[in-house]
Design a protein around this ligand. Sequence first.
Ligand code: ZN
Length: 228
Amino acid sequence: MTMNDKQIRQLVLDACHGLAASGCGNTIGGHVSMRVPGRDLYWTNALDRALDEMEDDDLLLVNFDGKVVEGNRPISPGIDFHQGIYQQRLEINGVVHTHGPWGTTQAALCRPVRMYHNLSTYFYNKVGVSPDDTIEAIAPVLGDNVAIMIPWHGAITIGKTLPEAAALHVTYEYAARLDVKLAATEAPEIPADACDRLQALLSKANYLDLTWELMLRRAKASPGLPEA
Ligand SMILES: [Zn+2]
């Protein structure tokens, strides 16, 4: 079943609220998008509200030239990588970028997130490091990665659906927190063969579906923002 605009808009709002309620940022900045199936269009959120504040009027329909074709709200000047990713990866339908506190702190380490937990292995050899947030910089490192880290800036996650991208983003924030807390210690990383095994195991689990449902419950129960 193809989703209509109303359903897509609701998912974008749900993702904004779920990300905020899961600790992925309470400042201006960060954008979520979902491709309109079969069209060179996507829905995203306005620039001048925090993720938890987004309402229906704050949603914008954008074409693949980066022009707003519906909605009358300011848009992020850094939005263009969304259409760039949709054009390069046709299976991707959801893109999430935040300045979540741990993802942003980890980004200052200027390397992919390290493997300190089985959930971190979603990102084992699956993070591209891009010097900035332009599609010109992202495109060469996108490959088949599920996340892009931009040094001294933040993270992007992508998914076949927006819920998948959003749940991955919350998981990335968790992996980044472990990395930041453990990077200066003697804690060993998970060995490579175990990372391969765990990553294969996770691909068969429904952890991301369950995480998305948790995000929805958290947003509904507590629209405010947790301490990072
Ligand atoms: Zn940003």
